[in-house]
Design a protein around this ligand. Structure first.
Ligand code: IMP
Length: 427
């Protein structure tokens, strides 16, 4: 079992952090391959409650090495603050490594993210405003700064000079905004380089060596498949390949070394930012769920929109990623609902559609076709054995399994590590 991956199957926030934390106990390495500090994982364990944005959730297991791969965009200020918080709370961070090829989120990326969003007005994506999109844009435009370059001030300066000159003309001429001073950005970069030095490595090599030695590697997805740049609800997506597609490019390991792909599905849907969500619940039910389940963004604190489980999205996600097994989270949030609904297809202009449409315009027109199932009165919260699930909850799980075409092997029934039903090994 060289490497296995945990991917968000919906719009992110499926509860991957808890599952990574749960599985990391049996894993030698936990690694991230895409996204940046737009992601947020809440981990609750015996050491307390932690919100992680960059450091992989395996950090709480003393034997686990945590890697931030080259596909991640790294805001050094956020990373260093996270490390300092973990250290101050007694967590050993000596096993955290960052790829020297990871691109850096620079201060101008954060400002541009915010300016670009306001310029879009009603068509804004609703980004997290962390500079993630602009950093990936610079990566593909070949004007990005990589983490390893922060260690080489002599080569860095002319590159930075060129980029800042270009960024400043955009900032001042297009957005009528402030400009950046080369010297202060350069000084900041050199300081970041000094502080990041102990963490920087050619992580592709660490991973290749770990694979050669038969170590187990848990690859932690950020965001979710429906936010994937190619396969998500474009343009309301993030700027990286958050599906399984991003792994090889984002880590420097070949696809043949990934032997299991685990999809994480929430028992209902949520979404932050703009873009359609066809199964959005009526306000009263949505608000009730949001408050009970505290469905607010870990990174931005924004209220998440709540929808019924969308099996068209689920099946699409299963097929894109080739899930070999699935995890179902937050089943307990549906406890006590008289009826639970599953969207099994869409109608567009009266025509039944079973495949996920490619454009936002079509997606906005999708009317969900629901299958209603009886809810359950007895709680599933905290249940650890499959046999203790109410029969209606069991039926719901089985129906989801059929619709997503993939076996559900682990169910999360609460935020704590122990509140988990492990039905069968995930791989
Ligand atoms: P960006 O990644 O900040 O550019 O934001 C693009 C879209 O992805 C927005 O709709 C965000 O709300 C969404 N997004 C980014 N990261 C996450 C996440 O970790 N969970 C859920 N949504 C996210």
């Amino acid at each position: 079992m060289p490497a296995y991956v945990l991917v968000g199957a919906q719009w992110g926030d499926e509860g991957k952090g808890k599952i990574v934390d749960y599985l990391a106990a049996q894993t030698d390495l936990v690694v991230r391959y895409a996204g940046g500090n737009n992601a947020g994982h809440t981990v609750i364990n015996q050491m307390g409650t932690f919100s992680l944005h960059l450091v992989p959730s395996g950090i709480f297991h003393p034997e686990t090495t945590c890697i931030i791969g080259n596909g991640v965009v790294l805001d050094p200020a956020v990373f260093l603050a996270e490390i300092s918080d973990l250290r101050s709370r007694g967590v050993d961070v000596s096993r955290v490594f960052i790829s020297d090829r990871a691109h850096v989120i620079m201060p101008y990326h954060i400002l541009l993210d915010q300016l670009e969003e306001s310029a879009k007005g009603g068509l804004a994506i609703g980004t997290t405003g962390k500079g993630v999109g602009p950093a990936y844009m610079d990566k593909t435009a070949r004007v990005g700064i990589r983490a390893g370059e922060l260690l080489d001030p002599i080569s860095l300066k002319p590159r930075l000079q060129q980029v800042i000159q270009y960024k400043n003309s955009i900032l001042t001429k297009i957005y009528n905004s402030e400009s950046f001073d080369l010297e202060s950005v350069f000084t900041q970069c050199v300081e970041w380089g000094k502080q990041l030095k102990e963490f920087l490595r050619p992580t592709e090599l660490l991973l290749q060596q770990a694979i050669a030695r038969g170590k187990s590697i848990l690859i932690e997805g950020a965001q979710g498949t429906l936010l994937d740049l190619d396969h998500g609800t474009y343009p309301y997506v993030t700027s990286s390949s958050s599906s399984v597609a991003g792994i090889s490019g984002g880590l420097g390991i070949p696809p043949r070394d990934v032997s299991a792909v685990i999809g994480v599905f929430k028992a209902y849907c949520t979404r932050v930012g703009s873009g359609p969500i066809p199964t959005e619940m009526p306000t009263d039910i949505g608000v009730d769920i949001r408050e009970r389940a505290w469905e607010y963004g870990t990174t931005t604190g924004r209220a998440r929109r709540i929808g019924w489980f969308d099996a068209v999205v689920g099946r699409y996600s299963s097929r894109i990623n080739g899930f070999t097994s699935a995890v179902l989270t937050r089943l307990d949030v549906l406890d006590g609902m008289p009826t639970v609904r599953i969207c099994v297809g869409y109608k567009i202009n009266g025509e039944i559609v079973e495949h996920f449409p490619s454009t936002t315009t079509l997606f906005e027109q999708c009317e969900p076709i629901y299958e209603d199932m009886d809810g359950w009165n007895e709680p599933t919260a905290g249940v650890t054995q499959l046999s203790q699930l109410p029969k209606e909850a069991m039926r719901y799980v089985k129906r989801l399994e059929e619709l997503i075409e993939c076996p559900i092997r682990l169910i999360s029934t609460g935020p704590n590590r122990e509140e988990t039903i492990h039905i069968e090994p995930l791989f």
